[in-house]
Structures are given as C-alpha cells and as structure tokens.
Design a protein around this ligand. Structure first.
Ligand code: SAH
Length: 252
C-alpha cells in the first residue's frame, strides 16, 4: 500500500473570520506545512491587501486560489470527512481528540477522501450548529486560557498533519530476521553465555527467555542478528586464545 499522502485532499476552512490578517497568517502557516487548499466562509471585512501582507509572497498562491463561500453547509458539501476545531469543551463537545490523534487518522483517510479541517470565528468559535457537519472534533490542549489565535490554531493543526505524514513515511520496515536466523542466534548466545558462566548451565533456557522477551520488543533485522552472532564468535575466539596462551605459558 502506498504511504504517499495526498495533501491536495486536505483543506483548511475558516468560518466567518473577522480579521483579514488572520486569513493571511493562516495561509502562511499552511504554506510552511505543505497544505494549500484554503476555503473561507462569509468573511467579515475581507481585504486582500491585508491578507496578502500577512501571507507573505511565499503564500500568495494560496491566497489567490482561496475559495470563498457564503455559508458553511455549501462550503463543506464536497467533503467526505470534516473535522471541527474547538477551544471550548462542553456537554455537546465530549468526543474530542488531540491534534496528533486526529492528524494520524486524517493521513489514512486522506488517501481516498477530501478532508476539511474547520476553524471558527475569532470571537465565538464554532457553534453547536456548525459542529453538526463535523465527523470529529479536535481540541488543542492549553493552560487555563484555552482560546488560541485563529492562525496559530491553524498552524498547530497543519503541523500535526505534516508530522503525522513524516511518521507514516518512516514506518517503512525493512526485512526482519526470520525465525531460523533468530534461533541460530539464540543457540549461539546460549552456548557462549553458559561458557562464560553468565547463565546457569543447569537451566539456560529459563534465563534465555528473558533475552528472548527483550529482543522481541525490538524486532531484529538480519543485519543486527549478524552483529550479535559476530560478537558471540569474537568472545569465543578470545576465550580460546586466552586458553591456548595459558597452555603455552605452562609449557614454557
Ligand atoms: N473565543 C472562541 C475561540 C475562538 S478562536 C471560543 O471560545 O470558542 C478561533 C478559532 O481558533 C476557534 O474557533 C477554533 O477553530 C480555533 N481554536 C482556538 N483555540 C483552540 C483550541 N484550544 N483548540 C482547538 N481549536 C482552537
């Protein structure tokens, strides 16, 4: 399965933003994090100069391609999955996830679906009515004062989505050692650890189980098994050498 995330499938939706500067700053944050679809619903005092000033030249493309809608329902109609962001929690806002949890979910959903992450107006946030369109809700944890600046909230969400994508890429797992390789390694470890008296010769398997549990926590690759086997061989060589050296010294 491809791990490529289609960021074109993620849009940021600003519902009734009151300050054009926040739209510009949100566009800039999006540009930083590689998300470029910006939707603005019923903005107050929309002033392109003020938006562009905060967006900087780098994010001007995002601003030029902003889609503007008159109401939230229309704006969201083409999306398959909608996440609402809220500073406030309450009885109707109990199923709330953290940005990182939501971002991780969005990465897999975004492969096949259009996603909207919705932000509310600076003064009142999203209403319970607005939240009806949301499949999920996210709250950015804070100290007592929970209300972030709109563009900063956008930044945190975009950042988490960006990071979740990186983690997804890094999840590539190379070929792991198979059971045959591992059993060879355990047999060699048992032999050498008994011989250097690190484990009891009467019941070596009992102690070896601890080592098995330890290695099972971090699945070993073939190369790593070879390193451990190499160390065992070297210990063996060293022991033999000291033994032979000792015998020769006796003969002298
Ligand atoms: N005073 C409003 C907050 C508005 S801030 C209220 O109490 O709800 C503008 C928008 O930024 C919010 O609607 C939300 O989309 C986002 N936002 C601000 N702080 C947030 C937080 N702690 N968690 C999630 N989103 C937040």
């Amino acid at each position: 399965m491809s791990t490529k995330v289609i960021f074109e499938n993620v849009s940021i939706v600003l519902h009734r933003p009151r300050f054009p500067e926040n739209i510009g700053a949100a566009a800039r944050a999006m540009r930083n994090m590689g998300i470029d679809q910006l939707v603005v619903v019923d903005p107050l005092n929309f002033d392109l100069d003020k938006v562009l000033k905060m967006a900087t030249h780098e994010a001007s493309n995002i601003v030029e391609q902003i889609k503007i809608f008159g109401d939230l329902q229309d704006a969201l109609s083409s999306y398959n999955y909608v996440v609402g962001t809220t500073a406030r929690l309450g009885r109707q806002r109990t199923m709330v996830d953290s940005p990182a949890e939501v971002a991780e979910r969005l990465i897999s959903i975004s492969r096949e679906n259009h996603i909207a992450v919705v932000f509310g107006p600076e003064d009142r946030g999203l209403s319970n009515d607005d939240l009806r369109y949301c499949h999920g809700l996210v709250n950015i944890p804070t100290a007592e004062f929970s209300s972030l600046n709109l563009a900063q909230a956008v930044m945190i969400m975009c950042y988490e989505i960006f990071v979740a994508r990186q983690v997804e890429y890094n999840k590539f797992i190379p070929r792991l050692a198979d059971r045959y390789e591992l059993e060879g390694m355990y047999a060699q470890l048992k032999d050498i650890l008994v011989r250097i008296s690190f484990i009891n010769a009467d019941n070596p398997d009992y102690w070896l189980n601890n080592l098995r549990r330890f290695f099972n926590r971090l699945p070993l690759r073939s190369r790593e098994v070879n390193i451990i086997r190499g160390i065992c061989r070297q210990i063996n060589w060293y022991g033999e050498k000291r033994y032979q050296d000792g015998k020769q010294a006796e003969r002298r």
